[in-house]
Design a protein around this ligand. Sequence first.
Ligand SMILES: [Zn+2]
Ligand SMILES: [Zn+2]
Length: 355
Amino acid sequence: MVLLAAVSPASAFPSGLPAKAPPIPFPNPWAAFQNLSGCHKGEEREGMAKLKAYLSRFGYLPPPPSSSPFSDAFDEALESAIATYQRHFGLNATGELDPATVSQMMAPRCGVADVINGTSTMTAAGQHGRHLYTYFPGGPMWPPSRRDLTYALADTAETSIPRATLSGIFARAFARWAAATNLRFTEAASGADADITIGFHAGAHGDGEPFDGPLGTLAHAFSPTDGRFHLDAAEAWVADGDVSSSSSPVAVDLESVAVHEIGHLLGLGHSSVPDAIMYPTIRTGTKKVELASDDVEGIQSLYGSNPDFKGVTPPTTPSTSSREMDGGAAALSRRPMSGVVAGTVVAVGLLRLVL
Ligand SMILES: [Zn+2]
Ligand SMILES: [Zn+2]
């Protein structure tokens, strides 16, 4: 925090800069993927190895053998991995890095993989007449004897969001899933007594899934009955108020991400339905907390339905197609930081650059 305070936005934008100074690099760990747009099989482009690492991280490519790290060559395995990714996100499955695919890959997302142990957990989008919700491999769930679950705000030292605000947000997020099922959730005073532990963490935090600063991966949670739920402390979380009116281009709605991660804690994997809570990406400045019918069917298939459940509220906003999401991500990446970003977010971005 001392370093944060020392790096003020003023020192980063000295007076006398030419009016058309190049924009500060957008603090997106995946921004360099833009340079790969248009690439296809047979080409070699600097930075392709990083894209392979991204696809490997989310399960689309096996990890490289320790003897030979990923190369920058666009080979057949990469083409196939990209085509699978495109099918999951409702994009044209060309196997090429077209702009829509690159934009989707740069969108902030959940850290949980889409393909686990080589088995796709996501069903290709656009297959009408069948559900698209998924489970983790083996279908782990909380056993029938465990319908009253407790959760605790176990690690909050890394966030400045007041504890009472956090309590309200997570209570509302858990209530979304309780409304559709016979599960009940209660906040416990400490992690030692709780089935589910919630924590904010920065960078590496001991589970082999380091966080990456603003955007990139936002949070991750473990399948039942592990109960660990981690959020990236470096995100510009919006905990109070309307995320869509935030002045920060990197603002992410905390409650929306909480509802998604709770789905994982209960046993759901990612869905290809763009409106579903369990879709892997979320746009900045967007609130998405209502379970879609795909989420409801998924969770009720595991835990049964709540007789008092009133059904799914129809979305109040137009359905979010992946194309709209691409447009959002592309517009986001073009927005320069200077002039529009809240001071705290600038400081976080600079901290990353300095380090
Ligand atoms: Zn997820
Ligand atoms: Zn973690």
